[in-house]
Structures are given as structure tokens and as C-alpha cells.
Design a protein around this ligand. Structure first.
Ligand code: UDP
Length: 247
């Protein structure tokens, strides 16, 4: 398969067309951004690490019956995916209070939520990805009521599978962001990536509040040792994936 034109370049990935119009090629970059791209930098080999982690996690979810865009890991930084039209929503699932939830509600970081929270943000950098209400979703026509219900159900299921998987990696899945797309038939597929860029992950084996951070908060908050934290996540995710394959 030959790669053709660049369709879209995002903060962490480039999407290329292929000679099959139903298939895109995703290239994972090392570029890192935070605070709506106000902070920019590079995390060495992040593209390789995130491509490996996202491939493993999307495959895991697919094996559990979650429809995803994943087709095949093509190289260290490249993944073949089904062509979808991204729904302009960031679906955030939270198990433990952190980040914007703490800033906006006064909950303390680390507080366990009574049940997982599923939230919808508008995917729009110019507007700073605002939190949406059900009425605003319907006003903006970003998704139908039925699609929103399906996204909530999928997000909750994905959370259950990922939370258990990460628990077995000695990692707490604090919160994460998902993106979904529609294929040609209008079927909702889980798209984008799941990686330390898009999840908050805390090391169960570390008590120290800074040392336990294994995700992009190390970059956001200048905690140092970003690369080694991402690599540790990769090692544990791949080891657990192998374990599941052999069981
Ligand atoms: N997140 C993301 N992309 C975004 C916004 C959030 O991947 O544009 C992830 C983030 O890494 C975290 C979760 O979604 O795992 C919740 O983020 P939050 O709303 O707390 O925002 P933040 O505090 O990062 O601004």
C-alpha cells in the first residue's frame, strides 16, 4: 500500500490517505503540547511508545467487542485505521478527581468518585474545548440524543475494561479522553488513541504524589523523567498484553 496525501496534521499525529479510501494511515509524532498548545515540546520517542500502547489497547478493546478504528500496527510509528469522520466531542471518563474537575468543582485531587463520571467537551481549540450540557449538544447539533446515549454506554464499558487492565499493570486509571468517529455506514467507532498523552495514570507501586505520575502531567507540570514514565507504561501494558495472550 502506498501512502498518499496528508489529510490532517494534529498536535501528536498526522493522518494520511492511502490508496484505499476506506483506510487511513496514522503517524505518531514526538511533539507534545499542553494547555491548548500554549506549552510545546518534544518527548523523545513518544510516537513509538504511544503507537505501541494505543495499538495494544485498541486491540484489547476490539477483542472485548468494542468497535474501534484499529486495523493494524504498520511500523513503530504507523497504524492503519478505518476511515471515519470524527465526532467533534471529547468524551472524558473519570474515576478519580484530578485536573479540570478539581479546578472547576473544588473536589480534592485523588478523591475517588462514587461512580465513574462521563463528560462531553466540544472539540474546538479556538473555544478552549468547553464542557457541554445535553441541551448545548443538541443546540450545536454535534450528535443526536441516540448517539450520545451510545457514546455514554461505550465510554462506560471501555472504562470498565481499561480500569481492570491497568489495575493488572499496577496502574490506577484516574481519567482519560476518548474520541469517536462515524464510518461510511454511520456506525460509531472508537477512534484516535489511548495513551499516556490522553489518560491520567498513577503508579500503584509509588506512594509519592509526584513520583506516581506516569502520564502527560509529567510534561504539563514539568515533573521531569517524562520519557522513562511513558516507557514504564509501555513495558507494563505490553507485558500484560502478552500475559493475556498466553492465558
Ligand atoms: N485530555 C486529553 N485531551 C484534551 C483534554 C483532556 O487527552 O484536550 C485528557 C487528559 O489527559 C486527562 C483527561 O482527558 O486524562 C481529563 O482532562 P481534564 O479535563 O482534567 O483537563 P486538564 O486538567 O488536562 O486540562
Amino acid at each position: 500500500m502506498t501512502t498518499a496525501e496528508k489529510l490532517y496534521e494534529g498536535k501528536a499525529k498526522i493522518i494520511y490517505a492511502t490508496d484505499n479510501e476506506q483506510i487511513y494511515l496514522t503517524y505518531y509524532k514526538d511533539d507534545a503540547t499542553a494547555f491548548n498548545a500554549k506549552k510545546k515540546g518534544t518527548i523523545v520517542d513518544k510516537g513509538i511508545v504511544n503507537c505501541a500502547i494505543a495499538s495494544a489497547l485498541l486491540q484489547l478493546l476490539e477483542s472485548k467487542g468494542i468497535p474501534t478504528h484499529f486495523i493494524e500496527k504498520k511500523s513503530q510509528r504507523e497504524m492503519l485505521v478505518k476511515a471515519v469522520k470524527i465526532i467533534p466531542l471529547e468524551v472524558v471518563v473519570r474515576n478519580i478527581a484530578a485536573g479540570s474537575l478539581c479546578r472547576e468543582t473544588g473536589l480534592s485531587e485523588g478523591e475517588k468518585l462514587p461512580s465513574p463520571l462521563v463528560e462531553f467537551y466540544l472539540k474546538n481549540d479556538d473555544l478552549n474545548d468547553p464542557l457541554l450540557t445535553p441541551d448545548r449538544i443538541s443546540l450545536l447539533n454535534v450528535a443526536t440524543e441516540e448517539q450520545i446515549k451510545e457514546l455514554q454506554t461505550l465510554a462506560r464499558k471501555i472504562n470498565e475494561y481499561l480500569r481492570e487492565f491497568f489495575q493488572n499493570c499496577d496502574i490506577i486509571l484516574v481519567d482519560f479522553k476518548l474520541e469517536f468517529g462515524l464510518d461510511k455506514e454511520g456506525t460509531i467507532l472508537l477512534a484516535d488513541e489511548i495513551s499516556p498523552d490522553t489518560c491520567r495514570l498513577w503508579d500503584i507501586l509509588e506512594q509519592d504524589k509526584q513520583k506516581r505520575v506516569m502520564d502527560k502531567d509529567r510534561f504539563r507540570k514539568d515533573l521531569g523523567e517524562v520519557e522513562s514514565a511513558y516507557q514504564k507504561v509501555q513495558q507494563r501494558v505490553l507485558a500484560q498484553t502478552e500475559k493475556l495472550k498466553n492465558s
